[in-house]
Design a binder for this molecule. Structure first.
Ligand code: SF4
Ligand code: SF4
Length: 230
Protein backbone atom coordinates (compact mmCIF):
# COMPACT_ATOMS: atom_id res chain seq x y z
CA UNK A 1 0.00 0.00 0.00
CA UNK A 2 1.32 3.43 -0.87
CA UNK A 3 2.00 5.84 2.01
CA UNK A 4 -0.10 8.34 0.05
CA UNK A 5 -3.13 6.25 0.99
CA UNK A 6 -2.77 7.74 4.47
CA UNK A 7 -2.25 11.27 3.27
CA UNK A 8 0.96 12.83 4.54
CA UNK A 9 4.17 10.88 4.21
CA UNK A 10 5.57 10.20 7.67
CA UNK A 11 8.56 7.87 7.22
CA UNK A 12 10.67 10.31 5.21
CA UNK A 13 8.73 13.56 5.05
CA UNK A 14 11.56 15.94 4.10
CA UNK A 15 15.33 16.32 3.99
CA UNK A 16 15.61 17.36 7.63
CA UNK A 17 14.26 14.22 9.28
CA UNK A 18 13.03 10.68 8.88
CA UNK A 19 11.99 7.78 11.05
CA UNK A 20 13.23 4.20 11.40
CA UNK A 21 11.54 3.33 14.67
CA UNK A 22 9.75 0.27 13.27
CA UNK A 23 13.10 -1.05 11.98
CA UNK A 24 14.13 -1.24 15.64
CA UNK A 25 16.35 1.85 15.63
CA UNK A 26 15.78 2.56 19.32
CA UNK A 27 15.49 -1.04 20.45
CA UNK A 28 19.02 -1.38 21.73
CA UNK A 29 20.82 -0.48 24.89
CA UNK A 30 22.90 2.62 24.34
CA UNK A 31 24.31 5.03 26.83
CA UNK A 32 23.78 8.07 24.63
CA UNK A 33 22.51 9.48 21.38
CA UNK A 34 26.12 9.99 20.32
CA UNK A 35 26.76 6.28 20.68
CA UNK A 36 23.79 5.59 18.40
CA UNK A 37 25.11 8.13 15.88
CA UNK A 38 28.55 6.50 15.91
CA UNK A 39 26.97 3.11 15.32
CA UNK A 40 24.87 4.33 12.38
CA UNK A 41 27.87 6.14 10.90
CA UNK A 42 30.05 3.04 11.09
CA UNK A 43 27.33 0.90 9.45
CA UNK A 44 26.83 3.47 6.70
CA UNK A 45 30.53 3.67 5.94
CA UNK A 46 30.89 -0.09 5.88
CA UNK A 47 27.81 -0.52 3.68
CA UNK A 48 29.23 2.02 1.21
CA UNK A 49 32.21 -0.35 0.79
CA UNK A 50 29.97 -3.44 0.52
CA UNK A 51 29.51 -5.13 -2.84
CA UNK A 52 25.86 -5.16 -3.87
CA UNK A 53 25.59 -8.91 -4.22
CA UNK A 54 23.73 -11.43 -2.08
CA UNK A 55 27.03 -12.66 -0.63
CA UNK A 56 28.32 -9.12 -0.03
CA UNK A 57 25.17 -8.00 1.78
CA UNK A 58 24.85 -11.14 3.89
CA UNK A 59 28.49 -10.82 4.85
CA UNK A 60 27.85 -7.17 5.88
CA UNK A 61 24.93 -8.35 8.04
CA UNK A 62 27.05 -10.99 9.77
CA UNK A 63 29.94 -8.60 10.37
CA UNK A 64 27.72 -5.90 11.84
CA UNK A 65 25.92 -8.29 14.16
CA UNK A 66 29.21 -9.73 15.32
CA UNK A 67 30.75 -6.31 15.84
CA UNK A 68 27.78 -4.66 17.57
CA UNK A 69 26.56 -7.58 19.68
CA UNK A 70 23.36 -5.59 20.19
CA UNK A 71 21.52 -6.03 23.46
CA UNK A 72 17.83 -5.55 22.76
CA UNK A 73 15.57 -3.60 25.08
CA UNK A 74 12.59 -5.62 23.85
CA UNK A 75 13.71 -9.09 22.77
CA UNK A 76 10.41 -9.64 20.91
CA UNK A 77 11.17 -6.74 18.56
CA UNK A 78 13.90 -7.04 15.90
CA UNK A 79 16.55 -4.33 15.59
CA UNK A 80 17.68 -4.25 11.96
CA UNK A 81 21.36 -3.89 11.14
CA UNK A 82 20.51 -2.30 7.78
CA UNK A 83 19.38 1.01 9.29
CA UNK A 84 21.94 3.70 8.49
CA UNK A 85 22.28 7.32 7.46
CA UNK A 86 20.80 7.98 4.02
CA UNK A 87 22.53 11.29 3.29
CA UNK A 88 25.89 12.98 3.78
CA UNK A 89 24.49 15.42 6.33
CA UNK A 90 23.24 12.56 8.54
CA UNK A 91 19.79 14.11 8.83
CA UNK A 92 18.00 11.05 7.42
CA UNK A 93 17.98 7.62 8.99
CA UNK A 94 16.48 4.67 7.17
CA UNK A 95 16.87 1.52 5.15
CA UNK A 96 20.16 1.05 3.33
CA UNK A 97 18.62 -1.84 1.35
CA UNK A 98 15.91 0.33 -0.19
CA UNK A 99 16.15 0.64 -3.99
CA UNK A 100 16.56 4.42 -3.72
CA UNK A 101 19.29 4.26 -1.07
CA UNK A 102 22.81 5.23 -2.11
CA UNK A 103 24.67 2.67 -4.21
CA UNK A 104 21.71 0.37 -4.86
CA UNK A 105 20.97 1.52 -8.40
CA UNK A 106 17.22 0.89 -8.02
CA UNK A 107 17.67 -2.69 -6.84
CA UNK A 108 15.56 -3.61 -3.83
CA UNK A 109 17.68 -5.71 -1.46
CA UNK A 110 15.19 -5.78 1.41
CA UNK A 111 14.42 -9.43 0.71
CA UNK A 112 17.74 -10.22 2.43
CA UNK A 113 16.61 -8.72 5.72
CA UNK A 114 15.23 -10.49 8.78
CA UNK A 115 11.59 -9.58 8.02
CA UNK A 116 11.83 -9.80 4.23
CA UNK A 117 10.75 -7.29 1.60
CA UNK A 118 6.98 -7.72 1.91
CA UNK A 119 6.91 -6.95 5.63
CA UNK A 120 9.30 -4.02 5.21
CA UNK A 121 7.23 -2.47 2.43
CA UNK A 122 3.84 -3.15 3.94
CA UNK A 123 4.14 -1.91 7.52
CA UNK A 124 2.56 1.39 8.53
CA UNK A 125 2.45 2.39 12.17
CA UNK A 126 -0.54 3.56 14.20
CA UNK A 127 0.28 7.23 13.67
CA UNK A 128 -0.25 6.75 9.93
CA UNK A 129 -3.72 5.41 10.57
CA UNK A 130 -4.81 7.28 13.66
CA UNK A 131 -3.52 10.86 13.53
CA UNK A 132 -5.57 13.42 11.62
CA UNK A 133 -3.94 15.31 8.73
CA UNK A 134 -3.72 18.41 10.95
CA UNK A 135 -2.07 16.48 13.79
CA UNK A 136 0.46 14.97 11.37
CA UNK A 137 1.18 18.39 9.92
CA UNK A 138 1.76 19.85 13.39
CA UNK A 139 4.39 17.21 14.16
CA UNK A 140 5.98 17.56 10.71
CA UNK A 141 6.25 21.32 10.95
CA UNK A 142 7.39 21.33 14.57
CA UNK A 143 10.21 18.78 14.65
CA UNK A 144 13.30 18.84 12.48
CA UNK A 145 15.58 16.31 14.14
CA UNK A 146 15.46 12.58 13.25
CA UNK A 147 16.08 11.40 16.78
CA UNK A 148 13.23 13.33 18.35
CA UNK A 149 10.99 12.87 15.31
CA UNK A 150 11.27 9.07 15.37
CA UNK A 151 10.38 8.94 19.06
CA UNK A 152 7.35 11.16 18.57
CA UNK A 153 5.90 9.84 15.35
CA UNK A 154 6.10 6.24 16.54
CA UNK A 155 4.24 6.94 19.77
CA UNK A 156 0.53 7.17 19.00
CA UNK A 157 -0.51 6.95 22.66
CA UNK A 158 1.68 9.86 23.65
CA UNK A 159 0.50 12.00 20.73
CA UNK A 160 -3.18 11.20 21.36
CA UNK A 161 -2.69 12.31 24.97
CA UNK A 162 -0.87 15.45 23.88
CA UNK A 163 -3.62 16.52 21.47
CA UNK A 164 -6.35 15.62 23.96
CA UNK A 165 -4.83 17.91 26.59
CA UNK A 166 -4.46 20.70 24.01
CA UNK A 167 -8.14 20.41 23.10
CA UNK A 168 -9.22 20.17 26.75
CA UNK A 169 -7.53 23.53 27.16
CA UNK A 170 -9.83 24.86 24.42
CA UNK A 171 -6.94 25.41 22.02
CA UNK A 172 -7.77 24.71 18.38
CA UNK A 173 -4.97 22.37 17.17
CA UNK A 174 -4.89 24.18 13.81
CA UNK A 175 -3.49 27.19 15.66
CA UNK A 176 -0.41 25.16 16.57
CA UNK A 177 0.64 25.59 12.96
CA UNK A 178 1.25 29.29 13.60
CA UNK A 179 5.04 29.87 13.76
CA UNK A 180 5.00 31.32 17.28
CA UNK A 181 2.90 28.41 18.61
CA UNK A 182 4.89 25.85 16.64
CA UNK A 183 8.07 27.13 18.29
CA UNK A 184 6.56 26.62 21.76
CA UNK A 185 5.42 23.11 20.88
CA UNK A 186 8.88 22.33 19.53
CA UNK A 187 10.47 23.50 22.80
CA UNK A 188 8.00 21.37 24.77
CA UNK A 189 8.82 18.20 22.81
CA UNK A 190 12.51 18.94 23.00
CA UNK A 191 12.32 19.38 26.76
CA UNK A 192 10.95 15.84 27.09
CA UNK A 193 13.85 14.33 25.21
CA UNK A 194 17.31 15.26 26.43
CA UNK A 195 19.37 14.65 23.32
CA UNK A 196 22.04 12.70 25.15
CA UNK A 197 19.58 10.14 26.45
CA UNK A 198 18.30 7.01 24.76
CA UNK A 199 15.03 5.28 25.48
CA UNK A 200 12.69 3.15 23.42
CA UNK A 201 9.69 5.47 23.37
CA UNK A 202 8.45 8.63 24.99
CA UNK A 203 5.75 6.67 26.77
CA UNK A 204 8.36 4.36 28.27
CA UNK A 205 10.22 7.39 29.59
CA UNK A 206 7.08 8.77 31.19
CA UNK A 207 6.28 5.64 33.19
CA UNK A 208 7.67 6.84 36.49
CA UNK A 209 5.35 9.05 38.59
CA UNK A 210 7.94 11.83 38.86
CA UNK A 211 8.52 11.91 35.07
CA UNK A 212 4.75 11.97 34.47
CA UNK A 213 4.25 14.78 36.95
CA UNK A 214 7.10 16.69 35.37
CA UNK A 215 5.58 16.21 31.88
CA UNK A 216 2.13 17.28 33.12
CA UNK A 217 3.59 20.45 34.58
CA UNK A 218 5.36 21.15 31.29
CA UNK A 219 2.23 20.62 29.21
CA UNK A 220 0.19 22.87 31.54
CA UNK A 221 2.82 25.57 31.14
CA UNK A 222 2.77 25.02 27.38
CA UNK A 223 -1.03 25.31 27.24
CA UNK A 224 -1.07 28.53 29.21
CA UNK A 225 1.57 29.98 26.85
CA UNK A 226 -0.38 28.74 23.83
CA UNK A 227 -3.59 30.33 25.07
CA UNK A 228 -1.80 33.67 25.00
CA UNK A 229 -0.43 33.35 21.46
CA UNK A 230 -2.85 31.01 19.64
S1 SF4 B 1 7.25 3.97 12.81
FE1 SF4 B 1 5.75 4.79 11.31
S2 SF4 B 1 6.67 6.70 10.57
FE2 SF4 B 1 8.29 5.50 11.55
S3 SF4 B 1 9.26 4.39 9.87
FE3 SF4 B 1 7.72 3.06 10.79
S4 SF4 B 1 5.86 3.37 9.58
FE4 SF4 B 1 7.26 5.07 9.14
S1 SF4 C 1 15.44 -4.14 5.79
FE1 SF4 C 1 13.38 -3.69 6.54
S2 SF4 C 1 13.61 -3.61 8.81
FE2 SF4 C 1 15.67 -3.45 7.88
S3 SF4 C 1 16.08 -1.25 7.71
FE3 SF4 C 1 15.19 -1.95 5.77
S4 SF4 C 1 12.99 -1.57 5.96
FE4 SF4 C 1 13.86 -1.53 8.02
Amino acid sequence: MSPLHFGLQLCQPDVQKSCAWCCGLYNCLHRSRNELVRKLRARTEEFARTRRTVEGILSFSENIREKEKTQLVDPEFHSCEFVGFLNEDETLVGCMLHPLARGNGDTDWRGLSFHGAMACQGFFCRCYRELSPVQKQIILSTVDDWFLYGLLISDADFLHSFFRVVEENLIDPVKLLMPVASKLVHEFFQSLVPLDTIFVSLSSKLHSPSERKNAEEKINTLCSLLRRVA
